[in-house]
Write a protein that binds this ligand. Structure first.
Ligand SMILES: [Mn+2]
Length: 322
């Protein structure tokens, strides 16, 4: 597919756009970007976004728009588009609408995950793109992108690219972002309000993990933990722990960071970050997990928590000396 117009036919009237479970900035940005673009340019279309409940930092993108949080069963849409969804099982709200449309060969998948099994009838997956929002923007005609659409797409790009810091940022990412800024996107305000804006409890959690964790200087790895009791004490849920590992990654003396936090079911999630050639996806795979070279994760049982931390340190050591 070169342009999103290729999937819109004359007799289409009702379209739905769905994202993944626990929607993040890129998911909401790309879904809402597509919703705005289709609504703005196809007057015969009624376009409905489906998204699960949004966190405070990204909910501005859906303000004033009817977003459905249910599964959309029985709606019989002419077309259902998924965006930023890596796998059928990851569809959040609107899942029934998507599955019913799949039976009728009326689905499209727009994504950037390399692992995407191409689950829709029409699939447009760009594994090298920074974000689904970049992919979506690349399928649009620039002069047909409104300020509202541009704002959502820009927000999606900065969320998934770490404001253009991650390796996935390409010259194309920046060109598309530049085109979007030209529409008048208030980018400084969005970065301030949507990225550099953390509730004090989340920063206190980071401070706690930083102070209670251990820096193994010889191995250049920092290991920190957040047990359930601490999460409860701070009034945080798991989704609000995401920024902790990002801040831990600022530690100059550590090339690799391991952040272990307890899940509701008593298992522990290990979140790994690397600043060097140490491939943390390979380390996570040793524990049945996976991810990217510089950001990966896995889940282990509580009884092997200590062992796991030791083993990660050993694996990092081996990788450094390899
Ligand atoms: Mn994404």
């Amino acid at each position: 597919m070169n342009n999103i117009s290729e999937i819109i036919t004359e007799n289409m009237r009702r379209v739905a756009v769905v994202g993944h479970v626990h929607p993040d900035g890129d998911c909401v940005g790309s879904v809402m970007g597509i919703v705005h673009y289709l609504t703005d340019n196809y007057k015969d279309l009624t376009v409905t976004p489906y998204l699960e409940a949004l966190t405070d930092d990204i909910c501005f993108m859906t303000q004033g728009i009817d977003v459905r949080e249910d599964d959309g069963a029985g709606e019989d849409y002419d077309l259902v588009i998924s965006s930023d969804v890596s796998d059928l099982g990851r569809i959040g709200a609107g899942k029934a609408a998507f599955m019913e449309a799949l039976d009728k060969h009326r689905t499209v998948c727009i994504d950037h995950h390399v692992s995407n099994p191409l689950f829709a009838d029409v699939n447009h997956v760009e594994p090298k793109a920074s974000s689904a929002s970049e992919v979506a923007a690349g399928l649009m005609e620039l002069d047909k992108i409104s300020l509202a659409a541009a704002t959502c797409l820009y927000t999606g790009i900065i969320h998934d690219s770490g404001v253009f810091r991650f390796d996935s940022t390409s010259p194309r990412t920046l060109r598309i972002a530049a085109d979007l800024i030209e529409k008048g996107v208030p980018f400084a305000l969005i970065i301030q309000d949507s990225i550099s804006n953390e509730p004090i409890r989340q920063l206190q959690m980071f401070a706690h993990v930083l102070n209670s964790g251990v820096l193994y200087e010889d191995e250049r790895i920092f290991v920190g933990r957040a047990p359930k009791v601490l999460q409860t004490e701070m009034g945080l849920n798991q989704r609000q722990l995401g920024s902790v590992v990002m801040y831990l990654n600022y530690i100059k003396e550590a090339d690799v960071v391991l952040f272990m936090y307890e899940n509701d079911d008593g298992t522990w999630k290990g979140s790994l970050r690397s600043k060097t050639e140490v491939d943390v996806a390979a380390i996570a795979a040793e524990f049945g997990g996976g991810g990217h070279k510089k950001a990966a994760g896995f889940t282990v049982n509580a009884d092997v928590l200590e062992d796991t931390e030791c083993k990660v340190r050993q694996l990092v050591k081996e990788a450094v000396n390899a």
